[in-house]
Design a protein around this ligand. Structure first.
Ligand SMILES: Cc1cc2nc3c(=O)[nH]c(=O)nc-3n(C[C@H](O)[C@H](O)[C@H](O)COP(=O)(O)OP(=O)(O)OC[C@H]3O[C@@H](n4cnc5c(N)ncnc54)[C@H](O)[C@@H]3O)c2cc1C
Length: 435
């Protein structure tokens, strides 16, 4: 490998994956750094995607395996950047790799370790903690890398020195309890692409008024994606979490925790579209279902988006209620009651539904300030990465590019387009240094 042609991509969501693939196809070696046990980001958790209603993982899975097999991509999972030295053309990047306790190059992905593991009840982050699993697990069936890991905080052997059932069960002899945190130094990095995506403002105080966590039938939009997904905890048969009944009336609430002076003041930009999509998918599961979308205004600016919204109203029984939510109450049967100011009649009204789905605000990813300090780049007033207004892939520092939701909320097509833009800039930088 020619070291002068290295680029580091931080974040293995769809944006980071696309940037890595573009660069690798140009013959540039990429180190893809992902803090989770596998790559894929939020797109891997979605059921279908707007505006085409294609299956999300069906589009993503070929890209995941291409990344895994590409000779010009080295994937570092469970890894985070800790230190950066140098400048464009010659960065040195220190990466902390956390132990997997399973040898990545030996594990066959058979799952025997998980089957015998006596520790159960470990929250499954991939299912947004709606399910639990064993301490030895793989996040989802088509995960990349296709290998298991052991949760070091929950494993009985690591914490108490008892049990070694997985060691005995693993025919490939892949279990390795001697693995420790490891600091690796990646040298001769020409440039960096930051693609660490976003988080959701699920657990912030303003959500309490919406009944979230008080009422089991008030869920977030990402939870909805997992519940309706065939690979999710309910096998794709949408049911209420309180009593297992199929919902017949669903309210989708827009702008939760955003566009408000009390919370985040910006628009998350994708919720109008994904809420319409979620209502459509729910209707495809049960064509008698009624959906209500509570909105301030509909922002469907891209090509074909307004048509998508219109189709929702005419073909999928979606009713739009221009309103401002005051509160979501709960009755004794755990039915959410939406209390809202109806903009048309200028009256306070109530609607009892079976399920309420919250479009929670998109926020910068956890650890963004530390990342900005390490890379010495600026953040904007909302703590997203600050970019050049005319070149959205340029950060405040030469040789550090960005793409996807880490600099502002956006959908998958735009994340992919930007990823290719960031990859082109990084490739240009590699070629300039070569000349
Ligand atoms: C409920 C919901 C439904 C949606 N539906 C659609 C849809 O139908 N169509 C559509 O176009 N868009 C949809 N979106 C938007 C879509 O999820 C985003 O556009 C897309 O995921 C952005 O990709 P990304 O790579 O920028 O970020 P992410 O998907 O967030 O990926 C970022 C990756 O970076 C990793 N990471 C974070 N911090 C670090 C760090 N410090 N070091 C290393 N790695 C790190 C994360 O673990 C993650 O793997 C939806 C969003 C939500 C919330």
């Amino acid at each position: 490998m020619d070291n002068s042609r290295n680029v580091v991509v931080v974040g293995g969501g769809i944006a980071g994956i696309q940037a890595a693939l573009d660069l690798a196809d140009m013959g540039i070696h990429v180190h893809l750094i992902e803090k989770k046990p596998c790559i894929g980001g939020k797109m891997a958790q979605l059921d279908k995607t707007f505006p085409t209603l294609d299956c999300s993982i069906c589009i993503l899975a070929p890209k995941l395996s291409e990344c895994y097999r590409h000779k010009n991509i080295t994937i570092h999972t469970l890894s985070e950047v800790k230190n950066v030295k140098g400048e464009r053309g010659n960065f040195v990047i220190d990466v902390l790799k956390n132990p997997r306790y399973i040898k990545e190059d030996v594990c066959t992905g058979c799952g025997d370790c998980s089957r015998v593991c006596p520790v159960r009840g470990v929250y499954n982050y991939f299912d947004v903690n709606l399910t639990t699993q064993a301490a030895a697990y793989i996040p989802f069936p088509s995960a990349v890398p296709p290998v298991y890991l052991i949760d070091g905080e929950k494993c009985a052997y690591i914490n108490y020195g008892i049990c070694e059932l997985c060691v005995k069960a693993c025919g490939a002899e892949a279990i390795d309890f001697n693995q420790k945190e490891e600091l690796i130094s990646i040298k001769n990095i020409n440039s960096v692409i930051l693609a660490t995506g976003y988080d959701l403002a699920e657990f912030e105080n303003p959500l309490r008024g919406y009944g979230y966590k008080k009422c089991k039938n008030v869920i977030t939009a990402l939870e909805f994606e997992r519940l309706i997904c065939a690979s999710g905890p309910l096998g794709g048969h949408l049911k209420r979490l309180s009593d297992g009944k199929e919902p017949k009336k669903i309210a989708f609430i827009q702008c939760v925790n955003s566009r408000s002076y009390k919370a985040k003041q910006y628009c998350s930009s994708i919720c109008c579209m994904y809420s319409a999509k979620e209502a459509m998918i729910a209707h495809e599961h049960d064509n008698e279902l009624e959906s209500y979308i509570f909105y301030i205004d509909v922002r469907a600016g891209n090509k074909g988006f307004q048509k998508f919204i219109n189709r929702g109203e005419t073909e999928y029984n979606i009713r739009y209620v221009k309103s401002k939510i005051a509160q979501i109450k709960t009755d004794a049967q755990q039915n959410p009651i939406i209390v809202y100011e109806d903009f048309e009649s200028a009256k306070i009204k109530k609607l009892k539904v079976d399920l309420a789905v919250l479009a929670t605000c998109i926020i910068p990813p956890d650890g963004i300030e530390e990342l900005a300090n390490i890379f010495k780049i600026d953040l904007n007033k909302y703590n997203f990465i600050k970019t050049d207004p005319f070149y959205p892939v340029l950060t405040s520092r030469e040789g550090i590019y960005t793409c996807g939701c880490v600099h502002e909320p956006m959908d998958i097509p735009r994340s992919v387009a930007e990823a290719s833009g960031a990859a082109a800039k990084a490739a240009e930088s590699v070629r300039e240094v070569e000349i």
